[in-house]
Ligand binder design. Structure first.
Ligand code: SAM
Length: 241
């Protein structure tokens, strides 16, 4: 029996003896691509019940059935960190979502700012990238990727108690700002290729929950900035500290 190196996210309850049906894509990946078969082991997680080892019970071209055997890891929730970013070119937007999922974002919100080039995103494709990143990185949690929303609307409906790490190349250093602010519930905001408009900067800087930060003296691409900002936050306030 091949040892369980394959991890699959399933939107299905998981528990001792539970049978889990595979959808067409999962069956194709497990049996067609990874050449697994009856009796082989697979690691499953659903974002709520931790990780379980399951065994392949039934194999077919377009479906399959697994039986859950053993709990292999507890559910580990990420810190309460959201990533808000202005979508950029498709491949780089995919990269931002993938890195945010690997680095411990609890929620990923694409936001439309004044200079955002993309009018729309493929939420289902971005969610699939988040799932793949969780499967690859050993996580048991998959962040929800939201639909594209106007930044103004997100800010107008901002949840009580959540702080905003507003990444803007014009401002003070990140680490001391975060350490000084403290708190558990945060969001990071990364602007588009063209940066934030003056009107957005003024509005954001006036918000009581917003903490403007710099990510160093060089202007980073938005995807680089997303990774850098998550690194600084995780090192200072998150589950890397
Ligand atoms: N404003 C620049 C311009 O117009 O060329 C570039 C914007 S940059 C490509 C995209 C986003 O990354 C910015 O809006 C900001 O959120 C973040 N960013 C990039 N470099 C940064 C830095 N040194 N400090 C803080 N944020 C930065």
């Amino acid at each position: 029996m091949a040892d369980a190196k394959i991890r699959l996210y399933v939107d299905h309850p998981l528990g001792q003896g539970q049978t889990v049906p595979l959808d067409r894509d999962q069956a194709h990946y497990l049996f067609g691509v990874m050449r697994r078969g009856k009796g082989d082991a697979v690691l499953l997680f659903n974002g709520r019940d931790g990780e379980w080892r399951a065994q392949v019970e039934e194999v077919s071209k377009r479906a399959g059935l697994l039986r859950v055997e053993e709990h292999t890891a507890p559910q580990r929730m990420p810190p309460d960190l959201w990533l808000l970013f202005a979508p950029i070119k498709k491949a780089r937007t995919d990269f931002i979502v993938e890195k945010a999922a690997e680095m411990g974002a609890a929620r990923i919100l694409p936001v439309q700012t004044h200079f955002t080039n993309s009018e729309r995103i493929r939420q289902d494709r971005l969610q699939a990238h988040a799932v793949e990143a969780a499967e690859q990185c050993g996580g048991t949690f998959v962040p929800q990727v939201g639909d594209l929303q106007k930044l103004d609307e997100v800010l107008a409906d901002w949840p009580e108690g959540r702080k905003l790490m507003f990444c803007d190349e014009a401002l003070a250093g990140a680490a001391q700002t975060l350490a000084g602010a403290g708190g558990d519930s945060w969001a990071i905001l990364i602007g588009p290729e063209g940066g934030f408009s003056e009107a957005e900067r003024e509005r954001l800087s006036a918000l009581p929950f917003a903490h403007p930060v710099s990510l160093g003296p060089r202007i980073l691409r938005a995807d680089t900035a997303a990774v850098a900002a998550m690194t600084v936050w995780q090192m200072t306030l998150g589950d890397w500290a």
